[in-house]
Design a protein around this ligand. Structure first.
Ligand code: BJW
Length: 238
């Protein structure tokens, strides 16, 4: 089934690690993914941070440094073009903690799993822009306590801005998922919410995701091919 773009005014786009893969940022699952080299339980839970903060901070220091050397790809650029040209509501809900959507020029972006380039002070609860290492326990720029952690959402923690996300999904005529395996909730459940409320649903991914059955249409291929072609279609229909 294909979507009649003439009926579409409000769009929600969910992005995952696959959209940044062609920029050279590792995905999480599958061959060569981050979880093949590091156990989730060792690096991406609050319990892991309490048990071995140095290991967790090193893991995130390494990834924070790596993303600053990467560049947005054609898929990020295409979504930025859609953001600039789309007259209706549009929200790019990204699970990614990199800043490639913003560096490509997108403005309507929400980071539901946090951001590498922020540090969160567990003493004063303030988030500060952060590009350097955290492993040496630098002082919080706000309160001076040495209590900074990566501003990312670990397993068992609540993803950010869920009310705003559900509001946008409720209003969406079209829900599009790009480069995500559909393995992590609540992000993986958004397609069902959108579909139950009447939105058309489209998946763009290298391979069918775990939630593929919930999409009206699935297009398979690399994001750098699929996303610019889809954005051309959407903007061309206006
Ligand atoms: C390409 C490509 C190319 C490759 N082009 N495509 C049911 C309901 C609610 C919660 C749960 C539930 N069941 C279980 C839970 C708990 C848990 C969970 O989901 N566990 C699962 C393992 C089952 N969820 C949580 O704990 C979450 N919190 C929570 O649930 O709070 C309570 C709550 C309840 C109800 C409502 C609201 C809240 C928190 C989850 C936090 C996830 N954190 C991480 C780490 C972030 C920091 C970091 O980066 O280190 O987020 S885990 C990791 O997975 C990261 C990602 O954002 C996330 C999703 O991964 P993603 O993006 O899908 O990547 P991959 O690697 O899995 O897939 C890549 C895809 O790209 C593949 O499909 C490829 O084919 C494709 N691809 N190259 C196009 N070139």
């Amino acid at each position: 089934m294909t979507t009649d773009l003439n009926d579409v005014r409000n769009i929600v786009i969910l992005t995952g690690a696959g959209i940044s893969a062609e920029s050279g940022i590792d995905t999480f699952r599958g061959g060569g993914g981050l979880w093949e080299k590091h156990r989730v339980e060792d690096v991406a839970t609050p319990e892991a941070f309490a048990r071995d903060p140095e290991l967790v901070l090193c893991f995130y220091d390494m990834r924070r440094a790596a993303i600053q050397e990467k560049e947005p790809n054609a898929a990020h650029a295409a979504l930025a073009r859609l953001d600039a040209g789309w007259p209706g509501d549009l929200l790019i809900v990204t699970q990614n903690v990199d800043d490639l959507h913003e560096r490509a020029g997108a403005r309507r972006v929400l980071h539901m799993h946090g951001e590498h380039l922020n540090a969160w002070c567990t003493a004063c609860d303030v988030r500060s822009p952060w590009r350097d290492s955290l492993v040496d326990r630098p002082a919080c720029p706000e309160c001076g306590e040495r209590a900074l952690r990566p501003d990312v959402v670990w397993f068992g923690e609540m993803p950010y801005q869920m009310d705003r996300i559900y509001d946008a999904v409720r209003k969406a005529d079209l829900f599009v998922s790009i480069g995500t395996s559909g393995a992590v909730y609540p992000a993986a459940g958004l397609v069902r919410t959108a579909r139950d409320l009447g939105a058309a649903t489209l998946e763009l991914n290298l391979e069918p995701s775990q939630g593929s059955a919930w999409f009206d249409e699935t297009r398979l291929g690399p994001a750098s091919d699929l996303v610019p072609a889809w954005v051309d279609e959407v903007l061309g229909a206006r």
